[in-house]
Design a protein around this ligand. Sequence first.
Ligand code: EPZ
Length: 432
Amino acid sequence: MVTYKISGARRLCGELDAQGAKNAALPILTATLLTRGLNIIENCPRILDVEVLLDILQHLGCKVTWEEDRLLVDTASADGDSIPEYLMRKMRSSVILFGALLGRLRSGEISSPGGCELGPRPINFHISAFEQMGVVIEERHGCLHGVLEHPHDTTINLEFPSVGATENIMLLAAALPCTTTIYNAAREPEIEDLQAMLCSMGAGVRGAGTPVLVIRGSGKLRPVSHTIIPDRVVAATYLIGAAVTGGELKLNHVQERHLNAATTLLSQSGCQIERLPDGLYLKAPERPRPLGVVRTMPHPGFPTDMQAIFMTYAALAQGCSVMIETIFESRFKHVPELRRLGANIVVDGRMAVITGVPWLYGATVRADDLRGGAALILAGLAAQGETRVLDNGHIARGYQTPEHFLRLLGAKIEALEGHPPALPPEEERDRG
Ligand code: EPZ
């Protein structure tokens, strides 16, 4: 448990390097299971979800060593074929290990995955695709056991461009001596990064970034060196940190095209945005203009992972914005917490109407999921007075020591162990 203690209303100014992308690192590290040897993964973020995945890889017999932000993953002696429930339940994306285990061993066992409570997180698209690919799947004692005896060419039509299902299919298909075609595949930049990794391992993968992916697999995938793409959601988070505190930020090593949806909204609402050779520069407006209607969509639409942080931005705009969450059923848990900081937000089903206020004021709030927690930290940075964000480890799942990087930009923020009670304001303390 952590309490982020923030003294707000301080301009964030300075320069940062973007961290490696959590949602690319997880499938990339999982893909190392398809090889037998030493893989070198560069620009890997040191975050909780990566640590959990490394625990799983070590449980399977991989040797893992950190060298700065370079990760050495030796899979030569990995011989495990099942993952215990206590590890699987620590994060949602563990479901993609099923594809990698089946790719490596032609069999594998996982239990139902965990993750943020964003609504039911079914895995029916994953199961249906694997069964079409010839995997025989049995559910027993809350675990899924799969065996693949006869790989064959398969064409899969995804009902929804699911990121995890696309990645899971890619991981299995890359290791099979046949061709798998996915229609309505997810188009996120993290899919492109996984394609690049699988190709350097020796698979023939084409089409990432488009709705049609063709994977010509190989039974002999080799260990590689791979550099993970920058994290577009973390990048947008720091850009909004500058935007809501009247500051300015130079963000290095971001791929601007991954942030298009975010930078378009930021510039349309008054931020000065400049594209640099290796990054972005943002200067905040006096006060943002409202966002209009923002609908979360699969890439290249506005990303659901940026909904919460943009809600904090909209909460301070000079007018009314509407955000519609079309991807997850229950991704507005940050709204009541933002209201405690003075935001004026009304929710009706999957729609939130945000009427901007001139300022927020500090309070104690609770992070209920990763991106909602980040939104609360941003709100605390903008708020007058002291804000405490009580967090049970959600934020550290995706953000590498945010308190450290925010202090580099001038924020007054500490990450306190546990949830110590807030002391009364100075004047009340003096009265005893
Ligand atoms: C990935 O989750 C990301 N996580 C999420 O980021 C992201 O929000 C999401 O993609 C959408 O972009 C990782 O990459 C580790 P989906 P994933 O499968 O793969 C439904 C973060 O904050 N669905 O694209 O779980 C599902 O319920 C996290 O970094 C099914 O119905 O997302 C959801 O409503 C949060 N059946 C929708 O599809 C399935 O079999 C999108 O899910 C699979 C998904």
